[in-house]
Ligand binder design. Structure first.
Ligand SMILES: [Zn+2]
Length: 87
């Protein structure tokens, strides 16, 4: 005799603390954008103009911004406007 499979509850960072995650991503973007604008001596010697660390900053900025956009969409899509007639 087998018992039914337990319900799988998925707890994600989005469902537990969405506003905290949004704030963390915004802070990370501020940090990475500032860092990406102060290039180092290695950047000057690199043909592409950015050393590995500073090239990584640009990739992280792109990823963080995409995550932030998706998170904003996920959070705002769960907000329903009040029904007409309610104040
Ligand atoms: Zn650099």
């Amino acid at each position: 005799m087998t018992s039914p499979a337990p319900a799988i509850q998925t707890l994600t960072a989005i469902s537990s603390h969405p506003l905290r995650l949004i704030q963390a991503l915004e802070d990370a973007l501020i940090f990475r954008r500032a860092r990406s604008m102060s290039l180092c001596a290695d950047c000057a010697e690199t043909p592409g103009g950015r050393c590995d660390d500073h090239a990584c900053d640009l990739e992280l900025i792109t990823g963080y911004q995409q995550d932030l956009n998706e998170l904003h969409h996920a959070v705002t899509s769960h907000i329903t406007p009040p029904a007409p007639g309610h104040s």
